[in-house]
Ligand binder design. Sequence first.
Ligand code: MEV
Length: 451
Amino acid sequence: MKVESNKIIKGFSKLSKEGKMEWIVKEYLDNDANAIDFLKSYWHEDPKTQKLHDEFIENTITNFYIPFGVAPNFLINDKVYCVPMAIEESSVVAASAKSASFWLNRGGFKAQVLSKTKIGHVHFAWYGKYERLLEFFNRVKPQLMAGTDELTANMRARGGGILDIQLVNKSDLEPNYYQLLAKFETCDSMGANFINSCLEEFSKIFQAEMEKDALLSQDEKKIQIIMCILSNFTPECIVRSEVSCPVESLVEGTDMSAEKFCEKFEQAIHVAMIEPYRATTHNKGIFNGIDAVVIATGNDFRAVEACGHTYAARDGQYKSLTNVEVKDGIFRFWIDIPMALGTVGGLTKLHPMVNFAHKLLGNPNAEELMMITASTGLAQNFGAIRSLVTTGIQKGHMKMHLLNILNQLGATEEEKTTATKYFKDKVVAHKDVVNYYLDLKGVKTVAELNV
Ligand code: MEV
């Protein structure tokens, strides 16, 4: 294979921003004369704000916009929120807002944080007998706590810190494999840096104490620290949100009977419990809502997603994260989901839009943000299942997608208004929109539109 050497560079990160853009345009974009202006057109007009964004990551050349929308009318634990959502998918905010309004008149969402413990591990290999390691661990445990005193002082002052450290024997899975499993309370921060720093300190202390220990033989002092890292699977950092109402008040606005609606809704959840193909799409829909709030509030959506999916597979089969129960004439729908969110640290105070999102939510603490986020996921799932078992998903989806299709065709504002009116009471299909627009323009093919 011949590699094009001009497309490879050493020290790219050391180039200035202009230098980086120039190199990319030269080597990857055929010296496109407009490319640099195009990238610059996405820079913030205030150089200070742009610099802030530049410094979030390495090799920033411009900004990448996604819409920041809001879903109003979210009643959660008797408080109304206007929920910020950053997402590109056209129908997500509309679906959340519609579900929020639906539940607003039915008591809203009831949410609670069930627990907030986070977890991290020192993974290591050790070559002696487990009982001997356990004896050593019990001898050294007070030092692990005391040796991290300085690191944990601020967190302890806020009411958090290290909750426990355990030795876990994993040698049945892999010969000589053990863990120090530590549990943490990280208050209003997501806590990744705090946890990782503590774990690295544990590993140093553990190794040093092992070396000094008078009761271990030379052979028993051999240890290989594999790595120290928090786990993004936080099954003990879990939030529940639920909605409920009398069955008969469920079907306003649909032609279906309440009984039929409930039956189909329950079947839909059941399918997502037993069929991983469906469960994946079902949970993806939940994360449409959750990720949008997590991104808008400056949290780590990859961590939240990874955690949710592992939790969905905790019994060995990947399943729905939402549950439904219809009993004594009451429809109850809920989600239990682990998520590690923070309202201090990270980007929360740094990113201007994140800061705004927190203000919009009334500067919630981490628990409140977990409840808002889980409720948005539940709302999103309720909206999706309601559409799927009644009208079908495409009706709402394509309605929201109409503007994207028109924009792709190069429609003017006036044409978009005309088209929106035309499709108001019609099912929007891509081909119909294209044909309608070609007619409007008096041409036969998309090529003739010159877009
Ligand atoms: C689309 O982004 C999400 C849905 O597919 C979710 C679902 O099927 O439950 C509509």
